[in-house]
Ligand binder design. Structure first.
Ligand code: SF4
Ligand code: SF4
Length: 438
């Protein structure tokens, strides 16, 4: 694709990167077939190619974002299925991240939209505040249909996502979990924000599996939300502040007792941590430190699959429908490892038909775009039902919450199943009568 940025525009490194990305696009349109919003809406402007044109026009002409453009960018899930499909290697993720920051800087949203986004950006990354919100949402959950009736569909969607009961508090930083037996490695584990409140059992399972296999686990002092929630809302400065705090926390460990890896159990967060090197590439002080941290980042399934002597003590021959979270399969290109390690642990793993399509969770998408998110969830749940599983496994808290809201089949993280097979407790979702992971 030809571009016509001026030299002055190209002096901005973000615009120079956008130019590079735009030039790689040959407008073949292959990406449209795998784009969930194009599949649902059939509108070229809600396809990757259409959005690329809109972003190009906005950036090249130094135009503020408008009410015509913003809904198309907002409807993008950042699922990155288009990146998997694209034969030209167009880095859509960096382009849309830049476009979202441009929207945030130049577009004034309606007051309710602004208030809702400000609430999400302030509360979700803070586990203490988020816990209060979840408690309030739990009490208000029965009133979700009333909010629907008065047109407050996004509030109704948030209430429906609230768990049926508040999970107990999980382990929080700073803390070190010593290995059982001889120490074979040392890793940091990201505690996370939403995940630490909604699904603390996931990190607890990861810690048990790791320490059982001789890996010391540290929850580093000073770690915080990875920044991805605000990053995908275009709040660039807040995302960089979160990244810097985590880099400081993990660098202290790297330069102290050392780290073999930085593990993440929520793949949405993992994709962002792996991108820290890019996000801070022009930062004089932090570029190199960000690169080092990003290089050490691993999804927990990648790391566990590398453990040669997985100590399986129980082989529950359950059929597991493996849902590949978009951030894992498209964002990090991890498709094989979670399934391999589940198979090694004795589970019968089945792929979900149309598995490349998003479940509609996509960070805060299911709160901000509830209709589209629900259509995608219903489609996903119907496809999962076709493989008749005993349990669904997904490597991201957002997908787990989203899918569990639409099915009675238990939904768990793969690490909970691996923990069970290697001597840990049966996952809570499998013990509940309706299987809900809340
Ligand atoms: S598949 Fe790639 S090159 Fe083709 S239109 Fe989509 S982004 Fe552009
Ligand atoms: S990230 Fe997903 S929703 Fe957005 S354009 Fe690409 S395929 Fe479509």
């Amino acid at each position: 694709m030809q571009t016509s940025f001026t030299l002055a525009q190209l002096a901005d490194p973000d615009v120079a990167e956008a130019d590079k990305i735009l030039r790689a696009c040959v407008h073949c349109g292959f990406c449209t077939a795998t784009c969930p919003t194009y599949v649902l809406l059939g509108d070229e402007l809600d396809s990757p190619r259409g959005r690329i044109y809109l972003i190009k026009d906005m950036l090249e002409n130094d135009r503020p974002a408008t009410a015509e453009i913003v809904p198309h960018i907002d409807r993008c899930l950042s699922c990155l299925a288009c990146m998997t499909t694209c034969p030209s290697g167009v880095h859509y993720m960096h382009l849309v991240d830049h476009a979202r920051a441009h929207v945030e800087d130049t577009f004034r949203r309606p007051p309710i939209d602004r208030a809702l986004r400000a609430l999400i950006a302030r509360v979700l990354p803070d586990p203490d505040l988020f816990r209060w919100l979840v408690r309030a949402a739990f009490l208000a959950k029965p009133f979700a249909p009333l909010f629907d009736l008065v047109g407050a569909t996004r509030i109704a969607a948030m209430l429906r996502l609230a768990p049926g009961k508040l999970p107990p508090r999980g382990a929080r930083a700073p803390r070190v979990f010593p290995p059982e037996g001889e120490r074979r490695g040392r890793v940091a584990l990201l505690t996370g924000c939403v995940a630490s409140v909604m699904t603390p059992q996931i990190n607890a399972a990861a810690i048990r599996v790791l320490t059982r296999h001789g890996i010391e686990v540290v929850l580093a002092e000073g770690e915080t939300c990875c920044g991805s929630l605000v990053h995908h809302m275009g709040r660039h400065a807040a995302a960089l502040a979160a990244a810097r705090a985590n880099i400081d926390a993990w660098m202290r460990e790297i330069e102290g007792a050392g780290l073999d890896a930085i593990l993440v159990t929520a793949s949405g967060c993992g994709t962002t941590v792996k991108d820290y090197g890019y996000m801070l590439r022009t930062d004089r002080d932090d570029a190199e430190r960000a690169r080092r941290v990003a290089e050490l980042a691993r999804d927990v399934s990648e790391y566990i699959n590398g453990i040669s002597n997985l100590k399986t003590v129980y082989r529950p021959r359950l059929v597991v429908a493996y849902h590949g979270a978009c951030s894992l399969q498209h964002g990090q290109k991890i498709t094989r490892e979670p399934k391999e390690v589940l198979s090694k642990s004795g589970f019968v793993v089945k792929d979900v038909p149309d598995g490349h399509l998003c479940c509609g969770s996509a960070g805060t998408y299911n709160m901000l775009q509830p209709q589209l998110a629900t259509s995608l969830r219903d489609r996903k749940v119907a496809n999962i039902a076709r493989v008749a599983p005993d349990v669904i496994a997904a490597g991201n808290v957002g997908c787990i919450t989203q899918i569990a809201a639409g099915t009675a089949i238990p939904v768990v993280h793969p690490i909970e199943l691996i923990d069970w097979a290697t001597g840990g407790p049966m996952p809570g979702a499998l013990r509940r009568p309706n299987g809900r992971s809340d």
